[in-house]
Design a protein around this ligand. Structure first.
Ligand code: TZP
Ligand code: MG
Length: 211
């Protein structure tokens, strides 16, 4: 198993990050204590993903924080990213694993106990589970599952789970109490007036919840 710290997973959104951009947002979030960063730009062409991803990789260099690329396996490989994250309607995970090899991190989005039971831990390293709450960050998302749903999926999953969807500072303790290894957030960091402090507050709440 890869040793990935899922505690505080920043998922970048190009629109929400607009004030200062995704690269600067990631840099500040890592300074504040983000443990994982995902480039998620559903509308970008592969060449643009590669350009942004390379800049992100340079910004994260030396931090020890892995860079994950959403959906675009070709871009992830070209960037030299640490991993890939796919959803249910993206490339099948066995195919992704074949393309990226055994060493890159592979995350999958799921929202149900049925999908958790079907996970192959030799293919998938961790899952993003949600949405925990309704969120305008992902229009048309499936119904929210709440902390109860997250706990049920965490109990069923053979790999570590990260909660996602509407998660804010006040949800840290309840999220970790479900058995989740961490929180994935977009708007709690992207577009915040001070992304470094917003991240540091989340990181501190995570430390407190674990004490
Ligand atoms: N997948 C499920 S909810 C979501 C994604 C990408 C968006 C989460 O964004 P936010 O702003 O943290 O609610
Ligand atoms: Mg997709």
């Amino acid at each position: 198993m890869k040793n990935v710290d899922l505690s505080l997973y920043l998922v970048l959104d190009p629109v929400l990050c607009e004030p200062i951009g995704m690269v600067e947002t990631a840099r500040l979030a890592v300074a504040g204590g983000a443990t994982l960063v995902q480039l998620r730009d559903k509308k970008a062409a592969t060449r643009d993903m590669i350009e942004t991803g390379r800049a992100l990789k340079a910004a994260l260099a030396g931090s020890g924080v892995p860079l994950i690329v959403n959906d675009d396996v070709e871009a992830a490989i070209a960037i030299g990213a640490d991993g890939v994250h796919v959803g249910q309607s993206d490339m099948p995970v066995a195919e992704v694993r074949r393309l990226i090899g055994p060493d890159m991190i592979l995350g999958l989005s799921i929202g149900s106990v049925e999908l958790a039971n079907a996970l192959d831990p030799s293919v998938i390293d961790h899952v993003g589970v949600g949405p925990v709450f309704p969120t305008s960050t992902k229009p048309g998302h499936p119904p929210a599952i709440g902390f109860q749903g997250l706990a049920a999926v965490a109990a069923a999953s053979p790999v570590p789970v990260v909660g996602i969807g509407g998660l804010k500072l006040q949800h840290v303790a309840d999220t970790l109490a479900t058995g989740a290894a961490g929180l994935a957030v977009v708007s709690a960091i992207c577009g915040q007036p001070d992304p470094a402090s917003a991240t540091a507050e989340l990181a501190e709440a995570i430390r407190r919840a674990r004490r």
